[in-house]
Design a protein around this ligand. Sequence first.
Ligand code: GCU
Length: 332
Amino acid sequence: MTLFSYKQTKSISIALLIALPWLLSGCGQESSTLTLRLAHSLDTSHPVHTAMEQMAEALYKASEGTMQLKIYPGSQLGSERETIELLQLGAVDLVKTSTSPLEGFIPDMAVFGIPYLFRDEEHFWSVLEGDIGNQLLELGIPKKLRGLCFYDAGSRSFYTKERPIRTPDDLRGLKIRVQNSRTSIQMVEALGGAATPIAFGELYTALDQGVVDGAENNAPSLLTSRHYEVCKYYSLDEHTMVPDILLVSTDTWDRMKPRQRAWLQAAAKGSVQVQRALWREKTTETLEKLRTGGVEIIHPDKGPFQAAVKALHVAFMKTASGQFMEAIKNEY
Ligand code: GCU
């Protein structure tokens, strides 16, 4: 009888590898300093990483050096799915992930994968910062995943190697990488492409070797991942607004003293302001850098894309998460 699958065994091995020095040093409580380990998939030049560094500084300052963050960027500890599993095992303390792979753990997160759900940024942030956002942050607690805050991840658009996407028809016959999420797969299929889930850390090679013909993401991720070296067409159809989220393991959270939780919460909150300001500042600059890097930026008519995903909206409304979609649509 096999007790663990290959994937679980891999996660457990990574967990042990990370946890060993930590256990030996007294569960992160080295000489009264609590060191929290944070994993994410992005490059150190990405605005989200910059915000994490500021969060580390703020936490260190507020706690007078008694708390620190050790950041593991660039999928060093595994894909987002794997690091979420590590979080559940208590082998890392914090994970910054896109909400898309969280769908496998917290099904209602799928609502962010519904294309053209948000009318604009104002709508998006009023949802994230209001009751719905707070509710979604807490939904994972029974699964050992407590949400601390959301970060801006702009909107996601297609980028391709061989030909530009001007209409959904251009996606026909193309293999498009998506995140490990059912709604992402459904979205690409509704638009006519062939969806292929691949971990972000493996995508450069997959694009380069022609395993897939394109992918979809926000501009800073296209730039900092260097996928633009391979994909020279970026079509701003802006199909989804999928936020990033910072999760803390409930094991870590429960072990922390109330004042340590307050410092962490405040540092996370502060990092959201830093990240959002950086995001706004970088948006135009990023597109300019992509252009200079030889990328053609296309502004397609969004109408045909929106029409092609209408059935997805209807189907999602009938699922158990439909209530979130309804609430989001009715927000302000
Ligand atoms: C965005 C997001 C990442 C995620 C990536 C992806 O860049 O910020 O957290 O890994 O999309 O497409 O996988």
